[in-house]
Design a protein around this ligand. Structure first.
Ligand SMILES: *Cc1c(COP(=O)(O)O)cnc(C)c1O
Length: 501
C-alpha cells in the first residue's frame, strides 16, 4: 500500500515519501507525519534471523513506498557498510542487568550516524524522482552530534551543499573539533552566539522565509533539512529497535512476544518517537522510558500534561539533550489529537507565542505508553562512575542519563522486565566529562591525553573518528550572531547580502 504523508498542521495536502524527504519541513511549518503506522509484515522469528541491513529493508519498505526495492537496498548497502567499525552495525552490550544498544559505531561515533549515513542517498534519489534540478542546500542546527554526522554524510555529495549552525559555547571540545575540521568544498560550519534553541529557531525561520526561498530559487538553490524532523531521519531510526528485539530473541534472551522496555536519552524526541512508532508497528515494546537531563521539560510534560519552555536553559555534560523545544514531540501530539491538524496547530501556536500549551485529559491518557524522568548532573556523573567501577563498562554522559533514569524507573515501579537502553554516543566523544566523573585526578590532562587514558581504562581502542581529528587542521572559523544567520547563508551561496561583513 502506498504510504502518504501530510503536515501535522494541515491535512489538506498529501505527499509521497520522497517529496517529504526533499522538503524536510512542510510549508506551513508542520512536520510530515505518515498517514497511518504500518504493521510489520514479517514475524518476530523471521526478523530474529536477519542482519541489520535486512531488518532495515523490512522496516523502510513500509514507509518509503515510492522507492523501489532495488533503490532501497542500494541505499542501505551504501549506508551500513565498513564505515561502521562493527560488522553487526548495532552491537548489544549487557551490563548490570540491562542491554546497552550501542548506536555509536558509525563514522562520527554518535547515534545520529544511524540515520545520517543513509539520508544523503535517500535524498539524491528523492531529488531525481521529483525532477528537482536545483542544488539542494541542507540547513542544519546542531547541539553537537547532528552537525558532524550530517557533514560526514553530505560532504562532497554532488548536487548538495550543507550549512551547519552550532552553539559556539554549547558543545564539547571534541564535538567542536570534529565539526571545524570537516573537509568538503560544499560544507560550511558556523558557531552562533546563542544556545541550541536559538540555532534551531533561527533555522526554522530561514525555512519559513518565502522571500529568501524565492531569491535562492532564482539562483538555483532549494533548502532541505537533515534535522531529526525530516522523515528520512525518523524512519531509519525505527530499524534498530526492531533489530535489537530480533537479536535478543535470536539469542534466547527474550521469549517470543515478551515485552521489552526501551530507555532513550532524549532531546529533540526523534529517537524515542522512532521507538514509539516501532511499538505501534507491533513490536512488543513495554514502557518507553524518556530520560531527560536537567533541561527536564519533557519530564514535567509527562507529569502534568503542560509543555512549558519558559525556564532557564541549563548547559549540561550531555549537550545533545540541552533542548527546551523538542521538535519531534509535535508528531506525538498530532497523533494523540487523533490526527486533528487544526488542534495541533493551535497548540504549536501557543508554544510559539506564550511558550507553553496544555493537552486535554483524554490526550494525556494516550501518554500511558511513556514514563518520563530526569537525571541531575551529579546523578549522571555518579552513574558513569558506578557502572565503570561495578562492571568496567564506560558510558558517555547521554547514555548515563538514560541509565540513571532507568534505575529510578525500576525503583519507582518495581518493573524488572527486560530492558534495552539506547546508548547514543561513544564515551570518546565526551572524554573530559567522562574522565572527570570517574576521577577528579584527570582534570588537568589535555584532551587527547585524556583520550588515551580512557582507552586504557575502558580497554577499548581509540575510535578512528577520534584518531582522525588529533592532527586535522581547523578549516571553519566563522561565527555569527543569531540574527546574522540569514546573511551567512546568502554569503556562502553567493546571493546578495543586506549587510556587509
Ligand atoms: C541527538 C542525541 C540525543 C537526543 O536524541 P533525540 O532524537 O534528539 O531525542 C541523545 N544523545 C546523543 C548522544 C545525541 O547525539
Amino acid at each position: 500500500m502506498e504510504m502518504l504523508y501530510s503536515s501535522t498542521r494541515s491535512n489538506e495536502k498529501k505527499v509521497k515519501a520522497s517529496e517529504a524527504i526533499i522538503k524536510g519541513l512542510s510549508e506551513d511549518g508542520g512536520l510530515f507525519a505518515p498517514h497511518h503506522i504500518p504493521a510489520l509484515d514479517k514475524s518476530l522469528k523471521e526478523l530474529a534471523d536477519m542482519t541489520y541491513q535486512q531488518v532495515a529493508y523490512e522496516v523502510m519498505k513500509l514507509y518509503l513506498t515510492d522507492y523501489t526495492e532495488q533503490e532501497l537496498k542500494s541505499c542501505i548497502e551504501k549506508a551500513y557498510d565498513s564505515k561502521f567499525d562493527e560488522e553487526s552495525i548495532v552491537p548489544l552490550a549487557e551490563a548490570d542487568g540491562a542491554y546497552y544498544m550501542e548506536l555509536f559505531h558509525g563514522p562520527t561515533i554518535a547515534f545520529k550516524d544511524m540515520a545520517l549515513s543513509i539520508l544523503p542517498h535517500l535524498m539524491i534519489l528523492a531529488a531525481r524522482k521529483n525532477q528537482v534540478k536545483k542544488e539542494i542546500v541542507i540547513l542544519t542546527a546542531t547541539s553537537g552530534d547532528t552537525g558532524k554526522a550530517a557533514l560526514a554524510g553530505f560532504a562532497d555529495v554532488e548536487g548538495t551543499r550543507i550549512i551547519v549552525f552550532y552553539p559556539k559555547n554549547g558543545v564539547s571540545p571534541i564535538q567542536e573539533k570534529q565539526m571545524v575540521t570537516q573537509k568538503g568544498k560544499n560544507t560550511l560550519v558556523v558557531g552562533i552566539h546563542g544556545n541550541f534553541d536559538d540555532a534551531q529557531t533561527g533555522v526554522k525561520k530561514l525555512f519559513a522565509d518565502s522571500g529568501l526561498e524565492a531569491e535562492l530559487a532564482g539562483k538555483g538553490f532549494q533548502f532541505s533539512s537533515a534535522n531529526s524532523i525530516n522523515i528520512g531521519r525518523l524512519v531509519p531510526q525505527i530499524c534498530y529497535y526492531v533489530y535489537a528485539y530480533g537479536r535478543l530473541l535470536g539469542e534466547g534472551k527474550l521469549a517470543e512476544g515478551e515485552k521489552l522496555n526501551v530507555v532513550v536519552p532524549t532531546g529533540n524526541f526523534g529517537n524515542i518517537l522512532a521507538a514509539f512508532y516501532a511499538k505501534c508497528m507491533g513490536l512488543p515494546i513495554g514502557k518507553l522510558i524518556c530520560a531527560s537531563n536537567e533541561n527536564k521539560v519533557l519530564y514535567d510534560f509527562f507529569r502534568t500534561g503542560t509543555y512549558d519552555r519558559n525556564r532557564k536553559f541549563v548547559l549540561t555534560s550531555s549537550p545533545s539533550m540541552d533542548i527546551l523545544v523538542s521538535s519531534n514531540l509535535e508528531r506525538l501530539i498530532y497523533r494523540l489529537a487523533g490526527g486533528d491538524a487544526a488542534r495541533n496547530r493551535e497548540m504549536m501556536a501557543a508554544l510559539n507565542g506564550q511558550g507553553s500549551y496544555e493537552i486535554t485529559e483524554e490526550m494525556q491518557e494516550g501518554l500511558s505508553d511513556f514514563y518520563g524522568n530526569y537525571a541531575s548532573e551529579q546523578e549522571t556523573a555518579a552513574e558513569i562512575k558506578r557502572l565503570y567501577e561495578d562492571c568496567g563498562y564506560v558510558l558517555d554522559p547521554h547514555t548515563a542519563v538514560a541509565s540513571a533514569v532507568y534505575r529510578k524507573y525500576v525503583e519507582e515501579t518495581g518493573d524488572t522486565g527486560k530492558t534495552v537502553i539506547a546508548s547514543t554516543a561513544s564515551p570518546f566523544k565526551f572524554t573530559r566529562s567522562v574522565m572527570h566523573a570517574i576521577d577528579g585526578k584527570y582534570d588537568n590532562m589535555e584532551d587527547f591525553a585524556l583520550v588515551d587514558a580512557l582507552s586504557g581504562l575502558a580497554g577499548v581502542k581509540v575510535p578512528r573518528a577520534i584518531e582522525e581529528i588529533r592532527t586535522a587542521p581547523v578549516l571553519h572559523r566563522k561565527e555569527c550572531e543569531v540574527d546574522g544567520m540569514k546573511d551567512v547563508v546568502k554569503e556562502f551561496l553567493g546571493v546578495k547580502c543586506e549587510k556587509k561583513f
